[in-house]
Design a protein around this ligand. Sequence first.
Ligand SMILES: *[C@@H]1O[C@H](CO)[C@@H](O)[C@H](O)[C@H]1NC(C)=O
Ligand SMILES: *[C@@H]1O[C@H](CO)[C@@H](O)[C@H](O)[C@H]1NC(C)=O
Ligand SMILES: *[C@@H]1O[C@H](CO)[C@@H](O)[C@H](O)[C@H]1NC(C)=O
Ligand SMILES: *[C@@H]1O[C@H](CO)[C@@H](O)[C@H](O)[C@H]1NC(C)=O
Ligand SMILES: *[C@@H]1O[C@H](CO)[C@@H](O)[C@H](O)[C@H]1NC(C)=O
Length: 401
Amino acid sequence: MPAKFSNVIAISPLYSLLILASLTLIAFTFLTYTSSLSPPATSPSSKVVERGESDDSTYSQIYHYPEVFKLNYEAMERDFKVYIYPDGDPNTFYQTPRKITGKYASEGYFFQNIRESRFYTKDPEEAHMFFIPISCHKMRGKGTSYENMTVIVRDYLQSLIEKYPYWNRTLGADHFFVTCHDVGARATEGNPYLVKNSIRVVCSPSYNVSFIPHKDVALPQVLQPFALPTGGNDIENRTTLGFWAGHRNSKIRVILARVWENDTELDIHNNRISRATGHLVYQNKFYRTKFCVCPGGSQVNSARITDSIHYGCVPVILSDHYDLPFNDILNWRKFAVILRERDVYQLKDILKAIPDTEFVALHNNLVKIQKHFQWNTPPIRHDAFHMVMYELWLRRHVIRY
Ligand SMILES: *[C@@H]1O[C@H](CO)[C@@H](O)[C@H](O)[C@H]1NC(C)=O
Ligand SMILES: *[C@@H]1O[C@H](CO)[C@@H](O)[C@H](O)[C@H]1NC(C)=O
Ligand SMILES: *[C@@H]1O[C@H](CO)[C@@H](O)[C@H](O)[C@H]1NC(C)=O
Ligand SMILES: *[C@@H]1O[C@H](CO)[C@@H](O)[C@H](O)[C@H]1NC(C)=O
Ligand SMILES: *[C@@H]1O[C@H](CO)[C@@H](O)[C@H](O)[C@H]1NC(C)=O
């Protein structure tokens, strides 16, 4: 490739510039295309891809552009600075670190991690981005109605706009907020400025609602702490083809249970596994299964995806219009099976058609990306917090007015 280039340059610098420009455009278009693709159909045959590559290339398989990621990540670590608005009553909902367990733990981890991290600056002049520390989940816990939350959020934002010059410079394009519970997304939807301009970091990133993929950021929903250690390199124990158990609180879950509940190869339940069944029965099933089915619930997302990743069970994404977390960095097809909801009827055939070598490759890749879906306090390199920060870094703006 470099040899080819120098040749062209020798012939005509202008021509080579044109080629370079069009190549860049193609690469960019491709990047945009892959990151904005709604879950495309996966047929069993299209799953059988480039196997037999050496182990060296498996690292690069996981990332769309490993070199870009590496260099840009280092630049982020070195340079990225975020200012957190200090206003708001710490005894109510703004500044207090959130609890970091439960279904919405990702939100609490972010609030805590950002203050523990090297990215936090108290000097707004050196900041690339501005964090609006609203926690609607916390307000919800206090029984605040959606209407009132919308008003509280709007008044808070208004006070920041009036007090500081930063919002007006970009009309909020370099501002972000983080919410895992969908109440946050709902409450902030009443504020057109927030929806349109600022970056929304949310756990329920559906193309089908107001999520804007190139602007907003998908936050992985992670239910921490995990009950059992990470799985991996344990394929001999994975004898069950597919597994799912949970509440049937969405159409796709109802269909999944109805179609497969009595199947002898797919272990599909029509309800949650009760604790009375035994100690950690649910979690242990993730260790013994090849493919863990992850249908959306009330929203596209589910903590089951990160459970599957943690326990080394290849996630089967069964949720349409889901902008998967870190989709523009990680190649999900290298460690997950991505289906359309209508594929549920062929679920068994699709999973059985995946060759063992393909499954082993998916599983091995899965182990390599576990670190990206894990929160820590304090945060550590390449963990979920840093991946979210990297997504924000990609969205920073250099021009201010
Ligand atoms: C909403 O706000 C109004 C006015 O401040 C208050 O009277 C009411 O109790 C609040 N309701 C809820 C559910 O928060
Ligand atoms: C930002 O612009 C708004 C609307 O024009 C204005 O009301 C507000 O005072 C401005 N903020 C500052 C700090 O000047
Ligand atoms: C999403 O798209 C489907 C199909 O177009 C539509 O029926 C549904 O109302 C949309 N909205 C949500 C929130 O699912
Ligand atoms: C397989 O399962 C057995 C029984 O639970 C366990 O003792 C063993 O460590 C597992 N093997 C691997 C590689 O995890
Ligand atoms: C599965 O088995 C149960 C118990 O025999 C039965 O009630 C149910 O209708 C069966 N479901 C399907 C989809 O066949």
